[in-house]
Design a protein around this ligand. Structure first.
Ligand code: HEM
Length: 207
């Protein structure tokens, strides 16, 4: 049997690190340590987990420009798919613990909590990115692939709006995520994007 190379080990390490929160939350629920509302505990943690994954995925391109380290680019698809997985589990926990799988309730729920529509739009966007994240779609879509995957910026905006609507009464935690999102997006501004590789050059000369 061939021994895995260091990139395969790196990918495996990232996979295990991304899986770890799910195992930990599952363990907390199974051992009755998730508080009085374990369903809500899972729902909120999975929502935050999905946002973390999205922010991490979007950080990989500027990090690659800054460091030229191949490892960041190698895990981009994986982290994108983890974003989708966390968001899907977030929806499933909503369907299971809040709706009690009674889909008829969805209509009145959406009227009561319109932020659900915003979350759904974000999830539909993530599904579109997930199904087109393979090489075949890349080849078929050509230049349009890049434009399509810029949808991730709007998805980030939708998720922040969804989150804002949920926690309107206390925006401290939300503000921290909004600042992180603004930083990640700022690296896409052409003058900043152009500066990142130059910064690398300066760092490598200084060290
Ligand atoms: C079908 C799509 C979605 C539904 C039905 C949904 C539903 C919900 C619900 C019911 C809450 C909790 C509200 C409460 O406190 O009572 C919530 C919170 C949240 N959701 Fe979603 N959501 C969806 C999509 C998403 C997506 C795609 C993301 C991220 C990628 C996301 C991230 C969050 C975050 C960060 C919170 C706040 C967690 C906290 O307060 O700690 N949601 N969502």
């Amino acid at each position: 049997m061939a021994t895995p190379n260091r990139w395969q080990l790196w990918r495996l390490g990232v996979f295990l690190a991304a899986l770890a929160p799910l195992v930990s939350w599952g363990w907390q629920v199974a051992s009755n340590a998730a508080g009085p509302e374990p369903g809500r505990y899972l729902l909120l943690n999975l929502g935050l987990g999905a946002l973390w994954m999205l922010l991490l995925t979007l950080s990989l391109t500027p990090l690659t420009k800054l460091t030229r380290w191949k490892g960041f680019a190698l895990i981009r698809r994986q982290l994108g798919l983890w974003t989708l997985a966390y968001a899907t589990l977030h929806l499933l926990s909503y369907a299971l613990f809040i709706l009690g799988l009674d889909w008829g309730m969805l209509g009145s729920e959406v009227v009561k909590r319109p932020y659900i529509i915003v979350g759904m739009l974000a999830l539909i966007g993530l599904v579109a990115l997930g199904v087109t994240s393979n090489r075949w779609s890349m080849r078929r879509l050509g230049k349009r692939w890049k434009s399509l995957h810029k949808l991730s910026y709007s998805i980030l905006g939708l998720v922040l709006l969804h989150f804002f609507w949920v926690v309107r009464a206390d925006l401290r935690e939300w503000a921290a995520y909004a600042v992180a999102a603004a930083l990640v997006m700022a690296t896409r501004l052409p003058p900043v994007a152009r500066t990142l590789p130059r910064l690398r050059y300066r760092f490598s000369r200084a060290s």
